[in-house]
Design a binder for this molecule. Sequence first.
Ligand code: HPA
Length: 233
Amino acid sequence: MSTPHNKAKNGEIAKTVLMPGDPLRAKFIAENFLENPKLVNTVRNMFAYTGTYNGKGVTVMGSGMGMPSIGIYSYELFQFYGVEKIIRVGSCGAYQKDLKLYDVIIAQGACTDSGFASQYNLNGTFSAISSFELLRKAVEEADKLNIPYHVGNILSSDIFYHDEADSWKKWAKMGVLAVEMESYALFAQAARLNKKALTILTVSDSLVTKEETTAEEREKSFTQMMKIALELA
Ligand code: HPA
């Protein structure tokens, strides 16, 4: 088994895959949270590691930035590697003033400004939602671990540097909590292929207050997000 973007062999990818955007983040997660991590893909430096967590098989693989990138990797994992669950663990920009830096967001659904779903030729707008089973479990684990969280809608955007600086406020008015660039494609893919997906995010910056985090500061909240995600394997 291999694909144009993944050289992992048959059986080298677990049924549950955690996907940070950054492949070096995947390496960090594997080395700090997994037992016996083994590097199973290096194509384009999109590192994938497979190991165990509490005895259960888990793969951690970078998704890259944006919907085209996560669209490719998640499709291949679901369709060719027999993956059943993908949990994105990423960062986001907050759209609401009650969201503080480092807060954890569990995405219930994702809006988008992308044309990703046009491939399905639907007579309307596809609502991309997370797996209720994974969402419920994530919330239960967060409660158990005493980790505060927000659950709601997010925006998966194609655009990081927007021509209209204030355009995000229209999404904020619709109650959208935060912006990232991948989940809509992940959720749509999971729906189409009858698989399960969830996104857990850490607030890394705020469009409201213009605050930003530094890489080091992100560590603690990142660990909280990882603890929730790993329990879903
Ligand atoms: N925009 C888009 N994606 C992001 C952001 C943002 O402000 N922060 C983290 N991921």
